[in-house]
Design a protein. Sequence first.
Length: 174
Amino acid sequence: MLFRSLLPSDRLREPLAAMARAHAAILTGATDREGETLAEALRPYGFAGPGFASRTVPGTPRRTDGGDLQPGARVLLVTAIARPEAFAATAQSLGFEIAGELRFPDHHRYPPASLARIAEAWRECGAEAVLTTSKDRVKLQGQLDVPLAELPIRAEPEPAFWQWLDGGLEKLKA
């Protein structure tokens, strides 16, 4: 596997040469063995630490005006993240009816034209709410006159990561 930059790559990511300074690497949305594979792939770039996997676990979708968004609700997905297909798959796996989807570039700032596009898409598709990531909810809340909900996620690193971290902390205490 040949890497030219950390994935997903864009202007806000560090170059692979920075891996020589890293103590560990965590691959999100992965299974346990994939962390080790990542560490091995990074060795040619000076990385000497362990690699770990971290599952991505969805939380309960919440409306910004209070309350949970129930499975079966018809939603318009709006994202500005590196892997929007993963967000869409998660929303679908939770039982939401996807009425439409707008994918913006990662780190999108949502200028007025984008906000107008979201509002129009919401009206046209008949969704109950616009469902977005926590990262994008912060940018959209108070900017749209449509029902907004977020699908929070949390990272669950594999148990070996916590053992490694506890060991490192013990060394620092000594």
